[in-house]
Write a protein that binds this ligand. Sequence first.
Ligand SMILES: C[S@@+](CC[C@H](N)C(=O)[O-])C[C@H]1O[C@@H](n2cnc3c(N)ncnc32)[C@H](O)[C@@H]1O
Length: 263
Amino acid sequence: MSISSTTSTWAAGDYPAMARRLVPAAERAVAAAVPGPGTTVLDVGCGTGNAALAAARTGAEVTAADPTPRLLATAERRARDEGLPMAFQHADTDRVTGTYDRVLTVFGAMYAPDHAAAAAALVRHCAPGGRIVSAAWTPDGLMAAANRAIGAYLPPPPVTAQPPVRWGDEAYVRGLFAGHDVEATVEHVGFAFESPLDAADFWVRTAGHVQAERDRLEADGAWLALHHDLAAVFTEWNRAEGSGGAVHVESAYLLAVIRPVPA
Ligand SMILES: C[S@@+](CC[C@H](N)C(=O)[O-])C[C@H]1O[C@@H](n2cnc3c(N)ncnc32)[C@H](O)[C@@H]1O
């Protein structure tokens, strides 16, 4: 997939609304990275800047990189609003430049078309003695279940595409970073909604790859069916107490801390 097709997809939905709900995962990843004054940090696939800003608040010298101009512009505006001095690169995992004490990627590198190349790039960008922290949705979690429901309505991905959620599988990540020291734990982000349909509306509104297909799905009469299938996923995953219809779901992600071992 070219950089422009990737970025137009990410820009098509209201991703910033989703990103606001993902702040706890970014803060968790930054806590695992332990940045601070005197450390340099790179956030790859920074989106609207959740992890980059959290790292910059510790006094670290932060560079935030993303291939989607619209999301990167939001990250820049947020840094300006908070008075955080940060550097920005319009680049994907392969094209980022520099080496850093901490390399973060929170639901970012998992979307690279070539996982092995992206992992090698993260190692390349990590300074000697540094660490990489990666957060990625797990293959058996809510995010993957919602994507399976959505995927039934979308064109199949290219045969060469590597499913992003593989990056959330511990054994797969150990393989990607073979030869390096890897510690991994499964963590969760919680989401609350008024109802399963409210959850489905939010998911569809914030998902660029769905919004990009909206006209076709409406013309095919599939738009409502997609919402109902997705609402069924939220009903199945709902952990809210009581019968009021409210939804509370937890989405699992793999948090991996990788300490590159010199060759
Ligand atoms: C789910 S968002 C995560 C954004 C942010 N890190 C957060 O936690 O909200 C995925 C991000 O990955 C970016 N992205 C897509 N392909 C990428 C690639 N090959 N390398 C780096 N980032 C990529 C997108 O532009 C988007 O900003």
